[in-house]
Design a binder for this molecule. Structure first.
Ligand code: HEM
Ligand code: HEM
Length: 226
């Protein structure tokens, strides 16, 4: 089997930036109380997710959703091979992993979007806090606080799966997420499509600027009485 390029540079960059962002979001909310950083990194994280969602349609072969989002039949068939030490390594995401990718992306999206509608109860309101009713804010707040625990559970499962593949199946998935290459008979990709990725990144930045800075309503100025 030959070493072939499977994960393009944008997908790998996306992954490790996402990991850094989730850690930073936890620290800025729970440890350091650095809410302005929490907001800024939160917008960046949402941008990352938007980028990845688009890349899932226009990116390289193994980054495409059509390559790894499969029907229940394939997922069940794959699940049956889990206990087999010598099952063949997939070039891209395997059918179960593919759905985990979708779950992780959606959970982070939910976390980021709900954040836009809530307040830290001091002076910092998300950009859409004034756009919705008290009831909606409460729901978004509940989502923002609960979804993180679900996300944490998903991450534990995700990292647990990576460890399981390394220990039980002797399939080392992490190096491939770092340098992009795997020993495989499947065709590799010939380029990371960096120009396309750069254009997409610019479009995402413009869109995020519009959503965060232009579109939200004027903040309601609260009167303080002393
Ligand atoms: C904050 C925590 C994490 C999140 C939210 C996360 C999320 C994701 C996502 C969304 C993907 C899909 C990549 C793509 O196609 O775009 C992925 C894949 C992957 N992640 Fe993570 N990840 C996290 C932590 C980690 C850690 C700590 C490791 C290393 C131990 C890791 C190793 C991998 C590997 C090896 C893959 C590729 C799996 C495969 O070969 O199918 N992840 N992760
Ligand atoms: C996208 C990834 C995000 C993650 C992973 C995340 C994570 C968290 C976590 C773990 C907490 C603490 C919850 C608790 O105390 O139970 C929190 C609180 C909070 N987050 Fe986020 N957040 C994200 C995005 C955002 C965004 C985009 C905004 C607003 C623009 C935001 C606004 C807030 C606010 C206002 C709080 C409450 C802080 C407080 O209670 O003082 N978050 N977030």
């Amino acid at each position: 089997m030959e070493k072939r390029l499977i994960w393009d540079i944008p997908t790998r960059l996306f992954h490790w930036l996402l990991v850094a962002c989730i850690v930073a979001q936890y620290l800025t909310a729970e440890v350091f109380d650095a809410i302005d950083w929490h907001f800024k990194i939160g917008y960046f994280t949402l941008g990352l997710i938007l980028f990845r969602l688009c890349w899932g349609f226009i990116g390289t072969t193994y980054a495409k959703f059509s390559q790894f989002v499969t029907g229940p039949g394939k997922v069940i068939a794959y699940a049956k091979t889990l206990g087999n030490k010598h099952s063949e390594e997939h070039a891209g995401h395997n059918p179960m992993g593919g759905w985990m990718v979708i779950a992780l992306l959606l959970l982070v999206a939910l976390q980021g979007i709900s954040g836009l509608f809530i307040t830290d109860d001091i002076v910092n309101n998300g950009p859409y806090y004034d756009a919705v009713s008290e009831a909606t804010r409460d729901i978004m707040n509940a989502i923002h606080h609960t979804a993180f625990n679900v996300l944490l559970a998903a991450i534990v499962l995700h990292v647990g799966a990576v460890v399981f593949y390394a220990r039980f199946k002797q399939q080392l998935l992490v190096p491939a997420m770092l340098h992009g290459k795997k020993s495989t008979n499947a065709p590799g990709i010939s380029s990371s499509r960096l120009v396309l990725a750069a254009i997409l990144a610019l479009v995402v930045i413009a869109l995020m600027y519009w959503v965060i800075e232009v579109l939200p309503p004027e903040p309601v100025v609260e009167e303080f009485f002393y």
